[in-house]
Design a protein around this ligand. Structure first.
Ligand SMILES: *[C@@H]1O[C@H](CO)[C@@H](O)[C@H](O)[C@H]1NC(C)=O
Ligand SMILES: *[C@@H]1O[C@H](CO)[C@@H](O)[C@H](O)[C@H]1NC(C)=O
Ligand SMILES: *[C@@H]1O[C@H](CO)[C@@H](O)[C@H](O)[C@H]1NC(C)=O
Ligand SMILES: *[C@@H]1O[C@H](CO)[C@@H](O)[C@H](O)[C@H]1NC(C)=O
Ligand SMILES: *[C@@H]1O[C@H](CO)[C@@H](O)[C@H](O)[C@H]1NC(C)=O
Length: 359
């Protein structure tokens, strides 16, 4: 009996202990649940407002005019004012299926290290994502051999036959667009970005899926908008444009070239318009400003979701723990890109930019 009593007590103690533990666990779970619910509400409330209605971004209704994009079409060999364009490196089958987000990285031919950092950080393989690096021709035969080896290894290199120089940057962007339209036109969204920038990829994918549409949209053109920029008339500047090339003293507002987020229909309109214009080497002002205006396209400013130029220290003092950052600044070193990636990898990913887009 005594033994039984003792064992009863023993069991009761355990079961009381259990009840307390269970209650504590339940309380913790409930707390987590409400915290999540609260966050969810905080970030998804009226995500519709600015991103849809007012801004004329809407869900995709129709497919692109696909028959235009036959490589046999004479447009294929034209690149603004060049009549003998071809891809020196391309796998025409590399992007023959649907892809949610196509990333085109404007790269410098000798930036193998930049490309490798991107391949192993924000540009890592994912089901929703396909990434390609775009650049032009080089004189250096050894470098070309290395590039071909790299292409054989990764299958993500696109090279056009124009000479890769700063004043030929417009050709590079147009080559990227040509690739989308002729060889990768089943993409829902396209991100065009430089090889020295950072992308907060999980947040970007959430934004596209949850704030826009998992099926893609039309009329999407997001970037950091520059307004009131003067045309550079200093002959020694790398941005110099003569009055003969362009008589206006100011550019129309344009997207800063280091990143643009576009839907394929916008790429089509920018590309088709630029093809008909006289070549101007300041790529972003030309394609995203002059051609954009001629094509009657409006862009939406996303500066508040990007890191300000040379403000990298803001990341590491906690500024971006509570507000969303989609894109890192231009001119980042590969090492800094990796540091950013490691930092964001350990952070809670917002489901939506909704609450922030109201500001
Ligand atoms: C896409 O290309 C791959 C080879 O890279 C091929 O196996 C596949 O059948 C192609 N798909 C279509 C739809 O053409
Ligand atoms: C731009 O590319 C074209 C075509 O390859 C080439 O003829 C021209 O020299 C290049 N221009 C500059 C400024 O590098
Ligand atoms: C996306 O497309 C699928 C299939 O066409 C459709 O069932 C679904 O409702 C669409 N989703 C949205 C958010 O439009
Ligand atoms: C440009 O777009 C606006 C608004 O969508 C429209 O009212 C206007 O007629 C268009 N202009 C041209 C030249 O297409
Ligand atoms: C981070 O640094 C910036 C600029 O140096 C400053 O304005 C901001 O208040 C800092 N934020 C925190 C949380 O320390």
């Amino acid at each position: 009996m005594k033994i039984d009593g003792e064992s009863n007590n023993y069991w009761r103690r355990i079961s009381v202990g259990c009840t307390i533990k269970t209650t504590v666990y339940l309380l913790i779970l409930a707390f987590i649940f409400f915290a999540l619910l609260w966050n969810r509400n905080k970030y998804t409330n009226s995500s519709e407002s600015l991103l849809h209605g007012n801004r004329r971004i809407h869900q995709r209704t129709s497919a692109l005019p696909l028959n235009f994009f036959d490589p046999k079409h004479q447009d294929y060999q034209r690149l603004v004012d060049l009549n003998d364009f071809y891809f020196t490196i391309i796998d025409p089958q590399a992007c023959n299926a649907t892809v949610f987000l196509l990333v085109l990285v404007s790269s410098a031919p000798n930036h193998l290290h930049h490309r490798n950092i991107i391949r192993t950080t924000w540009g890592q393989q994912r089901i929703e994502l396909k990434i390609f690096f775009v650049f032009g021709r080089v004189h250096d035969k050894n470098l070309q051999k290395d590039i071909e080896k790299e292409s054989d290894g990764y299958g993500d290199v696109i090279q056009g036959n124009f000479l890769d120089t700063y004043r030929n940057l417009t050709y590079k962007t147009m080559t990227a667009f040509k690739f989308v339209l002729y060889h990768c036109n089943k993409a829902s969204y396209v991100l065009k970005i430089d090889d020295d920038a950072f992308v907060n990829m999980p947040l970007l994918l959430n934004f596209l899926k949850n704030d826009l549409s998992a099926n893609g949209t039309d009329n999407l053109f997001l970037c950091n908008v520059k307004t009131g920029s003067m045309v550079n008339r200093d002959v020694h500047s790398k941005w110099y444009i003569s009055e003969k090339e362009l008589s206006n003293d100011y550019f129309p507002s344009y997207c800063s070239g280091w990143y643009t987020l576009l839907s394929p229909d916008v790429i089509f309109r920018l590309y088709a318009t630029t093809q008909k214009l006289k070549y101007i080497s300041v790529e972003d002002a030309f394609i995203y400003g002059i051609a954009r205006q001629k094509a009657n396209i409006t862009q939406k400013d996303f500066t508040r979701f990007t890191l300000a130029y040379r403000k990298e220290e803001l990341l590491f003092n906690g500024t971006y723990d509570s507000q969303p950052l989609l894109f890192g600044a231009p001119n980042m070193s590969p090492e800094l890109i990796k540091k950013f990636w490691l930092y964001f990898r350990n952070m809670f990913v917002l489901r939506s930019l909704g609450a922030f887009s109201k500001k």
